[in-house]
Design a protein. Structure first.
Ligand code: OFO
Length: 165
């Protein structure tokens, strides 16, 4: 059984995962609207991953006998300065998510809630990968700069990402 504090913190984060999903769905649509089909695919896969994150919190809260409280979820932006700007915003958001997961983990330790601490472990590892992926793409985008051909090649690469649940 979860403490009130832990339950409410996990529930709050579940809604943040929903925001993450909507943010990347919005980015996918924006990328599509400016002809970057590969980036649109990359962000669509990211949206799918975020829905998995959301469902992990949902299932965990249910397994602890909690009734989740959904939304409201803030509307994400739907206009972005550039592909580089989108990935910089993605890294910034993921850094924020990492800090949320760290705070949840600290709370679990403080509450001696080992079940939640172990549940959150998966997300601690996941965030390393999320931030690493974003930094790698940002690095490539900076190398490409204004080179249209390079951007198209990179967009093709982003188009190869597949969702693996
Ligand atoms: Fe992007 O890791 Fe969940 O929110």
């Amino acid at each position: 059984m979860l403490s009130k504090k832990m339950s409410s913190a996990l529930n709050k984060h579940l809604n943040i995962e929903l925001y993450s999903a909507q943010l990347y769905l919005s980015m996918s649509s924006y990328a599509n609207s400016i002809g970057l089909k590969g980036a649109a695919n990359w962000f669509m896969v990211q949206y799918q991953e975020e829905m998995v994150h959301f469902m992990k919190f949902y299932m965990y809260l249910n397994s602890q006998g909690e009734c989740v409280s959904l939304g409201p979820v803030e509307a994400p932006p739907n206009n972005f300065p550039s592909l580089l700007g989108m990935f910089e915003a993605t890294l910034k958001h993921e850094t924020f998510i990492t800090s949320c997961i760290n705070e949840l983990s600290e709370l679990a330790v403080k509450e001696k809630d080992h079940a939640s601490r172990i549940f959150l472990q998966w997300f601690v590892t996941e965030q390393i990968e999320e931030e690493e992926n974003d930094r790698e793409i940002i690095g490539k985008l900076k190398l490409v700069g204004d080179n249209g051909y390079g951007l198209l090649l990179l967009d093709n690469e982003l188009g190869t990402r597949v969702f693996t649940p």
